[in-house]
Every structure is written in C-alpha cells, then in structure tokens.
Design a protein around this ligand. Structure first.
Ligand SMILES: C[S@@+](CC[C@H](N)C(=O)[O-])C[C@H]1O[C@@H](n2cnc3c(N)ncnc32)[C@H](O)[C@@H]1O
Length: 269
C-alpha cells in the first residue's frame, strides 16, 4: 500500500495511468523517450525537455515520420546507401529547430543530411520544412547521437559531421556533459571516412577553447587550418537560431574544421 493510502485511507484507489515510455507520442511517430533504451547513457549531453508541439509540427510528425523519421533504438545498423540513395552523407548532431539544416539541404541537394536531435518540436519543424521546400535529402533521427554513432552507423560511413552550437553546459560540474570530448572524437573518427571533416561551431568562448584543445591534441584529426586555430566561417554554414541568440548577447562565434586523418589511431569504437 502506498504511503499516501496509509496516511489517508479515503484516497482514491484507481491507479494513476502511467504512460508507457516507449509509446509513440504521434501515431507512427517518434517515441516519448528516445534515449530510454538499454543503451541509455548515464551522462547525457542533452537535457530531456517537455516542449509544446504546435499543430503544424504534430501534423508533420504524424504524416512524415514514417517516411523520413528514424528511431535511435540502438538495435540496427543503418543502411545509409539505401536511406540516401547512394549520396554522400553528413551527420548533423543537434539541429534544434532545423532551419539551418533545411537551408544546407536546399543548397546542396546531392548530399544527404542525417539530422539527429531529441527535441520533438524541432523534429516536426524540420520535417515540415523539408516537405514545404521539396527537400528529399534529409532524414530525421530521434535520440542520442552517441548511440546512433556507436551502435547504428558502420565504420568509415560518414562524409562529414556537423555540430553547431552544442549545449555549452557552462557550470563546471556539468562540463562532463559537453559533447566535444576525446571519447566522442575517437568515436566520430571511426565513423568518418578518411579526409572527411568534423565541423564544430560555438559562441561560448570557454567551450571553443576546449574544442580547439581536444581537437588539436587528438591523433585522429588534423586541423584544416595550416596555421592552426579557428577557421573562418565557411560560406555554406547558415546563421543558426542559437548563433543568432549568441550574437545578440555580443558573443564571438568560432568555427573549427578538423579532418579525419587517413588512419585513425588504435581506437576501437
Ligand atoms: C544549443 S542547441 C543548438 C541547436 C542548433 N544547432 C542551433 O544552432 O540553433 C543544441 C541541440 O543539441 C541537441 N543535443 C544535445 N546533445 C544531443 C545528443 N547527444 N544527441 C542528439 N541531440 C543532442 C539538443 O537537444 C539541442 O536541440
């Protein structure tokens, strides 16, 4: 008997309906807690948030998720050639609301973008943008990018990885949640093809410094900038929503473009 019932015998006995965590929020759509599988990581780089899904986003999720959506369940290796009809594939981690993703997909229709995030409204937004703009080179993945990389992508399969404005986790006790760390780099290097580029951008100066430090020190990557340091902003990267917020606060934005070396070290991911 629950503590509540012991204290108050007249409390209602009907069980409180508990939602099955694997139950889809939209018919045929993404599951409620994408990271809630046996592959769950204890330290995550994202904060699960409950955000309102608009009618338009919900409609896009219901109609388009079965066509362009991909659940990160850690159980299958994705066939990227089949998903993207043999096109080169770039993984974008943390696309937010997806406006920049849609712009990049429109500007480069010959490249497939596998866009991953846990944010349901953003997933619906990106699907709606893809449909509205006739973009067939975007697939949206729901869940933790680490599980996607670790369990569901084969070695040497990606033509690029983009991480734009990852959560900065400014408090020291949260730094362990930052995505760009040596372990992540070792994993990303195994999934990138030789010569493919990992492109990071951030407006959070201490995180930019950390990125530069770990990337420069990592044996599996080399800086595309011969002189070292940050790269000029590439023309193909659109202004993102978080970037715009950072610029409004007077932050400086840094881009980092590092190439996977021909033979990634002895890391086995
Ligand atoms: C600060 S937002 C940036 C969004 C977008 N790139 C922009 O610049 O506007 C970071 C995003 O990364 C997502 N994210 C963080 N860690 C992730 C992970 N491990 N897997 C998938 N998405 C992740 C968050 O849900 C969030 O939407």
């Amino acid at each position: 008997m629950s503590e509540l019932r012991q204290q108050n015998p007249s409390a209602p006995t009907a069980p409180v309906p508990v939602r099955d965590r694997s139950e889809p929020r939209f018919p045929g759509g993404p599951i409620a807690d994408p990271a809630g599988s046996h592959h769950e990581r204890r330290i995550r780089s994202f904060q699960p948030r409950r955000s309102r899904v608009t009618t338009g986003q919900g409609d896009a999720l219901t109609r388009l998720w079965p066509v362009w959506g991909c659940e990160i369940d850690g159980h299958e290796i994705l066939d990227l050639a089949e998903l993207f009809d043999g096109a080169p594939v770039v993984l974008e981690i943390g696309f937010g609301m997806g406006e920049a993703t849609a712009q990049m997909a429109a500007a480069d229709p010959g490249t497939g973008i596998l866009a991953v995030d846990v944010h349901t409204p953003g997933q619906g937004n990106l699907l709606a943008l893809a449909e509205r703009n006739g973009l067939d080179n975007i697939r949206v993945a729901n869940g933790d990018a680490i599980i996607l990389l670790r369990e569901m992508l084969p070695p040497d399969s990606l033509d690029g990885v983009r991480v734009y404005f990852p959560d900065p986790w400014p408090k020291k006790r949260h730094h362990k949640r930052r995505l760009i760390q040596p372990e992540f780099l070792a994993l990303a290097a195994r999934r990138l093809k030789a010569g493919a580029v990992l492109h990071c951008a951030t407006d959070w100066e201490p995180y930019a410094e950390q990125m530069l430090e770990v990337l420069s020190a990592h044996p599996d990557f080399e800086n595309t900038q011969q002189a070292g340091g940050y790269a000029p902003r590439p023309a193909f990267r659109p202004l993102t929503r978080f970037e715009s917020q950072g610029l409004d606060k007077g932050h400086t934005v840094h881009d980092l473009l590092f190439r996977r070396v021909t033979e990634p070290g002895s890391h086995q991911a």
